[in-house]
Every structure is written in C-alpha cells, then in structure tokens.
Design a protein around this ligand. Sequence first.
Ligand code: MLT
Length: 404
Amino acid sequence: MYQINDNYLKLPGSYLFSTIGKKVAAYSAANPDKNIIRLGIGDVTQPIAPSIIAAMHKAVDEMGNAETFHGYAPDLGYEFLRDAIAKNDYQARGCNISADEIFVSDGAKSDSGNIQEIFSTDNRIAVCDPVYPVYVDSNVMAGRTGTYDPKTETWSNVIYMPCTAENHFVPELPKETPDMIYLCLPNNPTGTTLTKGQLQEWVDYANKVGAVIIYDAAYEAYISEDNVAHSIYECKGATTCAIELRSFSKNAGFTGVRLGFTVVPKELKCNDVSLHALWARRHGTKFNGAPYIVQRAGEAVYSEAGKRELKAQVAYYMNNAKTIKNGLKDAGYEVYGGTNAPYIWLKTPNNMTSWEFFDYLLENANVVGTPGSGFGPSGEGYFRLTAFGNYENTVKALERIKAL
Ligand code: MLT
C-alpha cells in the first residue's frame, strides 16, 4: 500500500495567494456589479516590451523551419542567455560570476521551492518574518520545519528573524545558529533593503558559521538607492556561501511567460561536495528549463532597446508606488516600503487584524490587497498593496481608500 508524504498534511490552509483568489472570486460572484481593483498578488499588468515581443516572434518563426528548429534546451539553458546574464547582471557590477554558474529555469518561484531538495532535511532554516511564504511552505513539504503551533502561527524548527517597525524591518543576525538562511532583498512584502555593508555582515556570518544563504533577488530592478547591492555577489566571500535566485517576472513582465535563473557558484562547497554539481544533476533530470522561444525573449531583455523599454516599465510601476504611498500618508496611514520595491507595507488602521482589514477593504472599497499575516506572524497588523496595477486603477483604488 503506498503512503503519501504526510508533511503536506502539516500545511495549514491553502497557499496565501490561492486563499485570496478564492475569497475574491466568492465576493465577486456574490456581487457581480462591483468593480474590483486587484492590488493583491504581485502580478504585472503592463504588456511585454516591443523588443522582447519581436525576439519571441523571430524565435517562433525559427521553430517552424527545419534549419532553425530547436528541440530540448540544454540542461543549464542556452549559452546566449547565460552569457547575457553573466555579462549584464554580474560582471558589469564587478561580480565574479561566469555563464556556466547560471542555471536557467522557468522561474524563481519554482527554484526557491526546489532548491531545498539538495540540502539535508536535518538542516535548520532561518527566515525573515515577514517574507514570501514559499520558503517556509516548501520546507514544510520537505519535513524540515517541525511542528506547527496554530496559536503563534510558527513552526518549532524554524528560526524566525522578526522584521518590524521597531528594527526598521531589518533582520538581525539570529541568536541560534541556522544551516540555511533565506534572504529576500528587496524584501517581499516590506520593501526593505540592506546596505552593502549590512549585507556583507550576513555573508561574513554565513561563512563563519557554515550556513548557506538562499538569496532571492527577484526585485533587484526596483532598487533606487546607490548603497544597496543588486546581487549578493557584490559582497566579498559570497561565492563560498550563497545561492542567488533571479526572476524575469517583475522586471520584464514574464509572470505568464515564465523565466528565471539560479546562480550556484562553483566555489560553493559543503564538505568538499560541489553544490553546483548537485544542482546540475537536478537540472538534467528534473528539467525545469524554459523553452527556446522564452530564452530568446530573455536575451532581448539585455538588448539596448530592451533595457530602455524595461527601465520605463519599472519607472511606471514605481510611479504607482509613489502614488499609493503618498495617497495613504495623506489619508493618515503609517506606510513603509515603495522606495526600492514595488510593494507598499502599511499598518492596518484601528488595530484591525490583517484579514479583518482585507475583508473591510474588499467590501467597502472593492480593493484587494494582501494580509500581512500571510507572510509570517510578525506581519500581523500589517497589509501589502502592490504597485503592479495599472496607473488608472491605482489612482481609483486610492480615491476609494481615502473616502473610507
Ligand atoms: C507576490 O505577490 O508575493 C508574488 O507575486 C507571488 C509570486 O511571485 O509567486
């Protein structure tokens, strides 16, 4: 008789964004005349940039011609894309990362869920609290997190690093020693960044205690301050302790196209075992590569026209962020984030819980946001609005919130 992986049974409820989706669908079905504005999940709204669309069209035509047709993509991804990434995202910033340390994939979400598979289930993880829920959820599925306490909404074997208004949402080095440290910077949902100096402290700490950092840089395109690192490899010693995850979803609008990559430096070793070799094995076997057409689209992100168009797109979303931030401040809200990230993190008014505020906003303003508690226990009493909507809806949503 087969058995299931009963770690899955430990997961409370459904995935945060599925829960929100279901709630909004139910509200919408009961109130079909309401015009709902969705500022919940961080999904982009602007169309893919023209130079990228042109590259995709060209690649589609190539696929219809026997001479230029492509079958399975190489395990690590096409060289033309890995070269463009290495050159533009790393070498141009002084990071010593080469194309063969880059593993192209169908997105940072899958990679952040899958990467834990190459580590022992005995490892103890540390996460910022609040943070993107996939890190904890995927470790629950692997059986690494111990038992769940519904009262505190915490797992017994997870080290939580609270990021609250008191510490300016900046995580402190943990008191207990973790084996794996998840850092998402700029942070989803708080929008927090660390200065290069602060990040260097994490790298030094990880090398000292023998921990690996899983560094999610999905939002790096939104960094506006000079003293903030775009990659962890801008820090000295990071190639011996860090894996970096990147996405084309937020900077190039690929949430529906799917493309990302993971950097596993060749120097990264655990007792002489190369993590690069382990992840290469995974890529060859489990094959989460992206199609040729999509990888050509990714290459166009680094073309001169692509860079120009995407800079404008990032500026568009950051203008939304400013609109939300200023509008909420005018309405008397306590607001954070929105400077180096497309997320606004606000304190819920009148001591409402995150989910109470979610319902209040949905029912009274027909605006959808994301309850802070969905990102971890320290997110309780907070709420996230995304700047990824279109400008007209963002302005309308703010007018409705101000009128409450
Ligand atoms: C978010 O809204 O936090 C993200 O868009 C979710 C995701 O990337 O999976």
